[in-house]
Design a protein around this ligand. Structure first.
Ligand code: 5GP
Ligand code: MG
Length: 195
């Protein structure tokens, strides 16, 4: 399947630096417990935590939503052990992409049940047009349109996580493809044309 460049390594680096600065400013010297949603957020989390100045603990959970096709959300499977440790901690839940919102809404509910001191959400990518569950990230890297992306931790069928940049994966002529017309004004979403 063809891939069309969407977000370059340099653009990702700039966004991670900005997000790190925003998080440092918001929390000051308070210790932070970063909860990374595996596998997708692994690469992003590794880069983001190295931009944080406060003491940081790292916790992981796993979430898998089976996409039968690249665009259809499937059954959500979550593995989240040891959440009791989050009690009275400042928790930052980090995911690669906020799509329908189901994953982060579900994980937020599980984490809130552990009575953290605070909970905020970070998403490298946000597809607001796809939201079916009302959830908003406190820190967002990029708003993108309704396309299926891979790279920088994001996979298709287990592959492409190692790509250093983010690209659109879609057969030419389908709605997710970069050349396809998109409904509505682009707003502050990214221009999909390759550089
Ligand atoms: P949500 O629960 O918000 O619908 O979806 C979140 C999860 O779906 C993400 O963590 C990611 O694993 C997967 N996902 C959603 N959109 C995309 C996409 O464009 N590309 C990839 N690779 N995964 C996606
Ligand atoms: Mg994921």
């Amino acid at each position: 399947m063809p891939r069309t460049p969407l977000i370059s390594q340099a653009q990702i680096r700039t966004a991670v630096v900005r997000l790190g600065a925003e998080i440092n400013e918001r929390y000051g010297a308070h210790e932070l417990t970063v909860v990374s949603v595996l596998h997708g957020a692994l690469v992003f989390t590794a880069d983001l935590i190295r931009r944080l100045d406060m003491p940081v603990r790292l916790h992981t959970v796993s979430a898998r939503s089976y996409h039968a096709q690249a665009t259809a959300p499937g059954e959500l499977q979550v593995q989240a052990d040891g959440l009791a440790e989050l009690r009275d901690r400042h928790v930052l839940l980090v995911d690669d992409i906020l799509d329908t919102g189901r994953t982060l809404a579900h994980l937020s509910t599980l984490i809130r049940a552990a009575s953290p001191a605070s909970l905020r959400l970070v998403a490298l990518l946000d597809k607001p047009s796809r939201r079916s569950t009302p959830v908003q990230a406190d820190f967002v890297g990029f708003e993108i349109p309704d396309v299926f992306v891979v790279g920088y931790g994001l996979d298709h069928d287990g592959r492409f996580r190692n790509l250093p940049d983010i690209s659109v994966l879609a057969p030419a002529g389908t709605p997710g493809h970069a050349d396809a017309p998109r409904p509505g004004p682009p707003g502050d979403t990214l221009d999909l044309r390759p550089e």
